[in-house]
Design a protein around this ligand. Structure first.
Ligand SMILES: Cc1cc2nc3c(=O)[nH]c(=O)nc-3n(C[C@H](O)[C@H](O)[C@H](O)COP(=O)(O)OP(=O)(O)OC[C@H]3O[C@@H](n4cnc5c(N)ncnc54)[C@H](O)[C@@H]3O)c2cc1C
Length: 347
């Protein structure tokens, strides 16, 4: 499956078309049922198996792995909500790949945090909530049947909700043109007096709604996806190094670092329910560092040929940049800045 996904990735990156064939392949392989309880037609899958899948998938096609991760973030919020009527109506259809769900939650964690006004405001009515504002980032914005999003009540508490994408007042913005991942159909969503019934709430109102329910900012999955792209670069560099002794020492070092990090990550996946946030963020900062260095090493080795649009080195480098901005909590961004500002050694 991964070799055909890798072949499709070239077309996906060039055209910016939604990865429909990749998702058909994932559905055929039963992967869309992972993480959904068996009583809702899902399949319980060990965390390490899911991590190995993400490593291979993002090495083959970052767009596919990333879009799936956003869809799975929505699924895990639905599962965590223990809202049975909602779960019964949505989870079996998600497990069968009949509907697509996504998240628009960054305005509650990593986006627009410096602004005084919350991006999405909520007003409670007798039977539900009225939503107003902008959800700044939604991957799969034109493909979503369901959106997990949230907003802020007048007293500052936040709430997550499952929003049907056909709800009146909801307007999907056009997809942004980006450095990479244009096929991910990422854009904003405008909400004008959108009504959502109480039954669609996924959480109680709280001051830290993003701290529960899994799949949070800078989660282990984001590190796994970064390591998958790093693995692609390391593998391709090794291929270049086969016949070029001057590349072999650095290629070997990057391989060793990558293997050690994958091992750490798989151990972390087994321990994830008890894992400290600091450890998770440290792993993400290190994964970010590795993917950026490995992608640059690969471009350096492929020279001008690798700089031409369509070369794997060019795509890998553009994709590596994504991890600097996606689901990147402040300590992780700060670690990257420290690394960029360090004094290099020339010897
Ligand atoms: C391809 C892609 C897909 C994504 N998909 C999703 C998705 O499906 N769901 C989701 O929830 N999120 C998604 N995100 C959002 C992502 O996780 C981050 O939240 C987002 O990249 C943060 O960037 P921002 O521009 O919104 O940040 P902001 O913090 O809003 O920064 C915007 C600008 O404000 C200025 N600024 C920032 N901080 C300060 C400050 N402290 N003081 C003064 N000025 C400041 C800077 O000039 C900056 O350029 C996606 C992002 C990308 C790039």
């Amino acid at each position: 499956m991964f070799s055909s996904i890798a072949e499709l990735a070239v077309h996906t990156d060039r055209t910016g078309e939604w990865p429909v064939r990749q998702f058909e392949a994932l559905n055929r392989a039963g992967i869309l049922a992972w993480g959904i309880p068996e009583n809702f037609q899902g399949e319980s899958t060990p965390a390490t198996e899911i991590a190995r899948f993400y490593l291979d998938c993002s090495a083959s096609c970052l767009t596919t792995a990333f879009v799936l991760s956003q869809r799975n973030a929505a699924v895990s919020r639905l599962v965590a909500a223990r809202n049975n009527p909602l779960a019964e109506s949505l989870l079996p259809r998600l497990a069968r790949g009949e509907i697509f769900a996504t998240v628009g939650i960054s305005h509650l964690s990593t986006s627009r945090q410096h602004l005084q006004r919350s991006s999405v405001t909520l007003l409670e009515t007798d039977s539900g909530y009225r939503l107003d504002g902008v959800v700044p980032w939604v991957t799969g914005v034109h493909h979503a049947d369901l959106l997990v999003t949230g907003g802020t009540l007048p007293d500052g508490r936040q709430l997550l909700l499952a929003l049907d994408a056909t709800t009146p007042g909801l307007e999907r913005g056009s997809a942004a043109e980006m450095l990479a991942l244009n096929a991910s159909d990422t854009g904003h969503l405008q909400l004008r007096n959108v009504y959502v019934p109480h039954e669609a709430a996924l959480t109680e109102p709280s001051n830290s709604v993003m701290k529960s329910g899994g799949g949070g900012t800078g989660s282990l999955t984001t590190s796994t996806i970064a390591l998958g792209v790093a693995g692609r670069a390391v593998h391709a560099l090794e291929h270049e190094a086969c016949s070029r002794t001057e590349l072999q020492s650095e290629s070997n070092k990057l391989r060793e670092e990558w293997e050690a990090m994958v091992e750490e990550l798989l151990i972390a996946e087994e321990q994830s329910p008890t894992m400290e946030i600091l450890t998770t963020q440290t792993l993400r900062a290190r994964a970010n560092s590795l993917v950026l260095r490995a992608a640059q090493a690969y471009l350096t080795a492929t020279k001008g040929a690798g700089f031409i649009a369509g070369h794997l080195a060019e795509r890998t480098l553009r994709e590596a940049m994504f991890f600097l901005v996606w689901s990147c909590p402040q300590p992780v961004a700060q670690a990257a800045l420290r690394q960029f500002a360090c004094t290099p050694s020339w010897t």
